[in-house]
Design a protein around this ligand. Sequence first.
Ligand code: CUK
Ligand code: CUA
Length: 612
Amino acid sequence: MSKKRFNRRDFLKTLGITGAAAGAGLVLPRTILSEHAQKQIFEASTAHAAEKNGGQSYDVKPGQLDPYYGFWSGGHSGEVRIMGVPSMRQLHRIPVFCMDVGSGYGITNESKKLLKGTFVGDTHHVHGSYVNGTYDGKWLFVNDKGNNRVARIRMDYMETDAIVNIPNAQGMHGTFPQRYPKTEWVVTNTEFQVPVPNDASNKANFNKPQNYYGMHTILDAATMGIVCQIMLDENVDLAACDYQGKYSMSTSYNPEKGVTLAEYLAADSDYLIVFHWERIRAALKAGKYKTISGVRVLDGRKGSDLTLRIPVPKNPHGINISPDGKYGVCSGKVSPTCSVVELAKIDEAFAGKIKPEKCVVAQPEIGLGPLHTTFDGRGNAITSVFIDSTNVKWNLDRAVKGEKKPHVHVLDISYQVGHIMATMAETKEADGKWLVSLNKISKDRFLNVGPLKPENEQLIDLTGEKLVIVKDEPAYIEPHDVIMVRRDLVESKVKHRYNMADHPMAVHKNEIVRKGNDVIVRMTANAPVYGFQEVKVKKGNKVTFYVTNHDEITDLSHGFNISNYNVNFVVSPYQTKSVTFTADKPGVHWIYCTNFCHALHLEMRMRLIVEV
Ligand code: CUK
Ligand code: CUA
């Protein structure tokens, strides 16, 4: 084992957290990992740590399938990844807001229609659609912080099927689907406050941050249209929906509308903002909105009866609801505490019977920099603690009874954890089997691959009293969050081939249609041949290829690469894709299959002849 361990002081220096940080409530943590931590990491690296702990094996043998689907957001790669848990095998990558030259997402006409020319995306939070508080295996929803979008992924094909651009807002962040009775609404938050509308018509406010606003946006899950926006004076960060279909809620900060670091940190108390859905529906019905950028905007600022502001310290980050639906846990980030909000009290606070602050029933001290909380379904919460680099398991009941340190176990992780998530933890079926800690920094945990190092995702056995690390996995840029869904809720819904009827342009007969300057080639792919062996076009023609894969055999996908034309995509069984380009380079350009499909895969090719 390497002796060289991660130096926390150096790390904080790189963050610029030194003297000034004290004013922000940050205290310098331990400088190096404790001996205890090193021993623990060593123990974890021995093969049988998990078996010793709870008898649970993380070893998924060749040919065996994982009991959980993990859906990982891919950060500023713009994608979503599917992992097997506990094997941590990467099973699939779903391009969402980004271009993917392997599958042709961003290259084909169909995907261009979704992306509308914007290939930069930053996916943070991925959540599944719900029925009665658990996953129904239908959709995933994911935000794009980079360009103000939310996407929907249909889980039968595991592909992006809708992307909505959200106006009047910037930095879509916390995003959460309705949990009960089923997902009809999806809420999404803006990290950044901006002028509303944020366009030339409102230029008078560009330099007046006091006239910037945050938004809690409600989407219709089925249509991916915008139901309404609720305007706020705060930056709204993470989001959650309750288990009753009554409320959504968001952590928030910066009610002072600062635009510099010192200003964001000025207030000692920020809010958990709760949104009252019944009142929102009534306000829409009563026409109490302004239409801005084509969207109905309701006023949720202080004094509004649509919102409740529960004071919590300080720049809180995660809001996570316990699987029994009783508590919301706000992680303090700049405060070492987690605030436990009893959701039943929210009714009384909205009714004016109690003050909002009375909703907070416990405030245990968890560690330095608590970010996100997850649950084992047995009454324990596990919180990621960024500055300490720990996962802290603590008991909710003990906290509510007033214990300041209701800790069960503190696990050192490597290093600087962001999100953590337990299996099924965002459902009422939380099963407390596995925990994943998404650590931002890997330092010396893996072979050195240059200055851009992988992140470190650690798999933790959650079945025993203590948390035990059983696996380190490197990850490329830059997983933020994850959900882990029991296999039986997903597997039967996932298809092996497309329904040809889902693609109205599916090709049943090979044909070339010429209309003026346009050449439309409609063509099959059927191992090991394309529908044509050659296609002749004239220089300057606008050429469109439609390709339908007619192989129904599971896992027989074809590629379609046009030499010199910057085109490649993959068509899977019964799928149709198309691409349009100008034939501006005369010559012979071989089109070939890029995806291994047949003993004569190499021979699966044809000529595009661009004549002059
Ligand atoms: S997160 Cu997105 S900025 Cu904690 Cu989900 Cu960090
Ligand atoms: Cu078709 Cu390779």
